[in-house]
Ligand binder design. Sequence first.
Ligand code: NDP
Length: 249
Amino acid sequence: MTQTNLYDLSGRCALVTGGARGIGLEIARLLQSFGAEVILADVNETQAAAAAQDLGPGASGVALDVTDPVAVEALAAQLGDRVAILVNNAGISRAAPTDQTRDEDWRAVVSVNLDGVFWCCRAFGTRMAARGRGTIVNIGSMSGQIVIQDTVVTAYNAAKAGVHMLSKSLACEWAQSGVRVNAVAPAFIETDMTGTYPPKTAQKWRDLTPMGRYGQPTEVAAAVHFLASDAASYITGTVLNVDGGYTSW
Ligand code: NDP
């Protein structure tokens, strides 16, 4: 009897939004190392193409602005039945007190972090459900569960909470269609997004983390890989914290 490797992704195609750098790129790299073909779908087409070239054979970069539902639908139609794993990773954050938050700041954050996840789930997930197989992992955040001290990112918090609930809703809707939908909720991860905070604030956040350090993009990628793989075949509608214990304290 042959032993099945539940973590093997050979023969599957994974599309990672915002995959040109940061966490998304590490997710793509890890999924590829387990055999998946990877598509880096990013608003920055040049960077996506360069990152794909760096990943080598089996990786490609495509231009995609997740806030554009027409473009999302067009890409899904173009790729047809190819995408078996969708990772909704693209995200932005803008900090500002509420009275200084402009309409366009609120819209931009909600548009990328929540609307974009829905457009991609609708376009790719519906096709997965029609063929009875597929898995989606949405990148949420601990900010979808708790409010972080010393920064005001209200739109981001609200959007990420929406991502968690969207994941649960779609998980239930598609549970009997063979499509699993889960979310990963990272805490502070060392990327460009976190590199801009003042050292004193960063140290405070480390001190508030039971493990005493920021996470690495590869540690988020490992959680995404697990949820995307057959090892998680009975897991749907869950939000997996990758937070060094932050939300436990
Ligand atoms: P980065 O800012 O490093 O990378 C985000 C990527 O998404 C960039 O390539 C960016 O392109 C791309 N992107 C931005 N807007 C769009 C869009 N409209 N359509 C397609 N792609 C887009 O972010 P991280 O790697 O740090 O974060 C990845 C995810 O993880 C996000 O959802 C974030 O909210 C979440 N997260 C991150 C945490 C952290 O500590 N870093 C903690 C918790 C959650 P461009 O280069 O042009 O900006």
